[in-house]
Design a protein around this ligand. Sequence first.
Ligand code: NDP
Length: 308
Amino acid sequence: MEKVIILGNGIAGLTAAIYTARASLSPLVLSGPEDGGQLTLTNEVENFPGFPEGVMGPQLIVNAKQQAEKFGAKFKTGIATKFEKKEDHYILTVDDKEQLETETLIIATGASARWMDIPSEEKFKGKGVSTCATCDGFFYKGKEIIIVGGGDSAMEEANFLTKFASKVTVVHRRDALRASKIMQDKFFKNPKTDILWNKVVEEVIGTEKGVTGVKLKDTVTGEISDFVCDGVFLALGHVPNTSIFKELLKVNDQGYLITDRFMKTDLEGVFAAGDVQDTRYRQAITAAGSGCQAAMEVEKYLESKETV
Ligand code: NDP
């Protein structure tokens, strides 16, 4: 039986791994389908303390993993497909076959990109519709693309994509952006960006070769218009990865795990950290911070069990 299993190897899970490994708990970290979490899909992170020149997101993850391994964290690849309670411990089924038993669990499964949920989007996934600017931007050299969304990700990705694309148009469903002022300023200063207000994508249009444009619907007038572009990037926020926990753990109306300020869920010995439980901040540094908190609470919990 493991003392602690950490589900997810994003920055929250890796920070929890560093702390529990340093506490000699020999944590087992399960890397899920999105290895390394959201930071591996970003570019430069400018606001992580200690890096005045910025740091590349994927590098931050590589460094944190090395740090956790140095202190004795173990890593395993697999998707947790079932979560059960058995007496005073927990059982995780991995990839529908292997069972892992653990005294405590830190859920750091993060959140995955939200899609538009329109049929034509499915048809062009990987053929012009993408949720990862960092991964796919390179394929749009000299092309025209749109980004759907109005948050910090949309602004950041729009600026990043102008390195490749000839023009990047943000399509936003309202007439005001959710993004922070600093990100908006950078976006509006960029000569290769443009914005369409009060619009949603009604349909993605294309051929077997890929996307050729979109049909847009005006959210105020209902008017439909055609827009020519070669790619559609989505920056619609994220959906927390909590499906296997919903039966035993409380989630809010958006599916986020509910924790107290000690990162505890409502099951003894089960903690959550990072974007899977954070509806408010969702920053790399806050994810790392909550991973640290969860790890320290695991240590305290195991100590208290031993002294009973
Ligand atoms: P957000 O949830 O902040 O923004 C999502 C955007 O997508 C919103 O503008 C929302 O519109 C729009 N949207 C959602 N669903 C749909 C839909 N079905 N159709 C059309 N539009 C839709 O997500 P982000 O990924 O941008 O940011 C998440 C967090 O990460 C934030 O806290 C942000 O500050 C942080 N972040 C920080 C960065 C940095 O500081 N460098 C970089 C990137 C992210 P509406 O506004 O109308 O709700």
